[in-house]
Design a protein. Structure first.
Length: 90
């Protein structure tokens, strides 16, 4: 899970750098083609990356929650297994 977080953080950094670089290009070009490129490519790529990262983060939270539940269940099972068992011999 730590590796997944590190990869997501790295992806966030790349998307931010992508946005900064594209803003510099857009500011310097200042023409209709750059606006069209921004609208049809940059905005779509940025939106797709953002959606992907949000989805992965939500999935990661769900996995972490499931993992915690499994750990709690394991502890309960270990308690049950280590508890003394009594049998009645009558």
């Amino acid at each position: 899970m730590r590796q997944m977080k590190m990869l997501l953080d790295e992806m966030h950094q790349y998307v931010q750098a992508f946005n900064r670089n594209n803003q510099i290009l857009k500011d310097n070009w200042q023409d209709k083609k750059s606006e069209h490129f921004s609208d049809t490519c940059i905005t779509i790529v940025n939106g797709t990356c953002q959606e992907y990262m949000q989805t992965v983060e939500q999935v990661q939270m769900g996995i972490n929650s499931s993992l915690e539940q499994l750990k709690a269940m394991e502890q309960e099972l270990n308690k049950e297994l280590s508890a003394p068992t009594w049998s009645y011999k009558g």
